[in-house]
Design a protein around this ligand. Structure first.
Ligand code: AMP
Ligand code: MG
Length: 391
């Protein structure tokens, strides 16, 4: 992983308006100085991302975390900060939680997509925190932050390793270890990549909107409903600006910039429930021995075998347990995820990338709708072009 020297070089790149792909515990981000609109615009250019999509501002953790310290940090970037925001920050930061609050006037429109809100997160990854702390120490401003979306081209699968980032952007980003101290970025290089190993969580942060006076979940993530409820339960209702928290709906709405098709592979992705796997495999076995004609997998297989080329695999992504419990027809390429839902989240995007590289058709088995399984289902639905309410 990135050395202190590489992190210092990356700080200089940021200070000069360049970009840094930074590991976080969720996915890799593509970061720029949040107070430098030109630098922020370079993120959109490199990603090919529509400019109306807001970015999350990543912040350094206070040296001595306490409720007043979290409040002070939030109030550098937001106004009307409700007590619940401080509670949530105290409980979950540094960590995979993004808070949407009413923006402070100085936050550039390039960051917020011209909304009157701003997304804030304090990431937990040590490399991200070292970069944020180094950048804060380098800058004269009392507030520093890094605006960062995921480090992938617009609409693609989010990266969970430094190699994924390199695969997305090629020569536009240089591994930090290849940069020489004191020398500027080569022409046409937009920034550097810091390696922090594979992302621990593997899917994007839970996004919570507190800007409307009640709590809405804009994007499910590793921090789930149970954990949120636990914090909400101890926040006095009266403190949430007149809206009774007891009756507060955990409303799930679409965040701006969260399109129906997102996190998408090139290959066709089809989703099935666990209980449908046996029937799918059975149907394709029969079909490949010429018995039935209704199943699409087998139409795919037959059309290709008719063309007398080698059978391309149909990738199937599911937990190791589930795949081991079934005999797979020959054309199926199993891509095994771990047993726990946490491991499945961690391995999901790498599995989608592998499947995309090796197959034209991908089946993915949806995990149960519980805990982080809710977030995994959400990402799979969007990757398949079917963004629906995950709750
Ligand atoms: P990414 O990290 O690539 O998922 O991009 C950041 C995402 O955060 C955006 O696509 C939005 O869904 C969300 N986001 C950031 N800022 C805001 C905001 N002010 N209001 C609502 N959603 C936001
Ligand atoms: Mg993204």
């Amino acid at each position: 992983v990135a050395t202190a020297a590489e992190i210092s070089l990356a700080v200089e790149v940021l200070a000069q308006g360049g970009l840094v792909a930074v590991p976080t515990e969720t996915v890799y981000g593509l970061a720029a100085d949040a107070l430098n609109p030109d630098a922020v615009r370079r993120i959109f250019e490199l990603k090919g991302r529509p400019t109306a999509h807001p970015l999350i501002v990543h912040l350094p953790a206070p040296r001595e975390p306490s409720a007043p310290a979290w409040r002070e940090l939030l109030e550098r970037w937001a106004v009307d900060v409700p007590p619940l925001a401080v509670e949530l920050a105290s409980e979950f930061w540094p960590g995979p939680l993004t808070l949407i609050l009413r923006r402070a006037a100085h936050v550039p429109d390039e960051v917020t997509g011209e909304l009157d809100t701003v997304g804030l997160r304090v990431p937990g990854h040590p490399v991200a925190q070292a970069l944020l702390a180094g950048f804060a120490a380098r800058q004269p401003e009392s507030r520093t932050g890094l605006a960062a979306p995921s480090a992938n081209r617009f609409g693609h699968i989010s990266p969970t390793t430094a190699q994924h980032v390199q695969d997305e952007f090629g020569a536009s980003l240089l591994p930090a270890q290849d940069l020489r101290a004191g020398s500027p970025l080569p022409q046409r290089v937009a920034g550097v990549i810091l390696d922090g190993g594979p992302a621990e969580i593997g899917i994007e942060s839970t996004i919570i909107d507190l800007s409307q006076g009640w709590l809405r979940i804009l994007r499910p993530g590793a921090i789930g409903l149970e954990q949120l409820h636990a914090v909400m339960a101890r926040t006095p209702e009266s403190e949430l600006r007149g809206t009774g928290l007891a009756e507060a709906q955990l409303e799930t709405v679409r965040a701006p910039g969260m399109l129906d098709l997102h996190y998408a592979p090139r290959a066709e992705l089809r989703l099935i429930e666990e209980g449908e796997l046996a029937a799918l495999l059975e149907a394709s076995r029969e079909r490949s021995s010429g018995l039935h004609a209704h199943d699409d997998v087998n139409r795919h297989i037959l059309s290709v075998s008719a063309a007398a080329v080698q059978l391309p695999p149909v990738a199937i992504i599911a937990s190791r347990e589930l795949l081991n419990a079934h005999a797979l027809p020959r054309c199926f390429l199993p891509i095994r995820l771990g047993a726990s839902l946490q491991e499945q989240a961690r391995g999901l995007y790498a599995a989608l990338r592998q499947a995309d590289a090796e197959a034209d058709l991908i089946y993915a088995v949806l995990p149960p709708q519980a805990g982080i399984g809710i977030a995994i289902r959400d990402r799979l639905r969007r990757a398949a072009g079917r963004g629906e309410s995950p709750l």
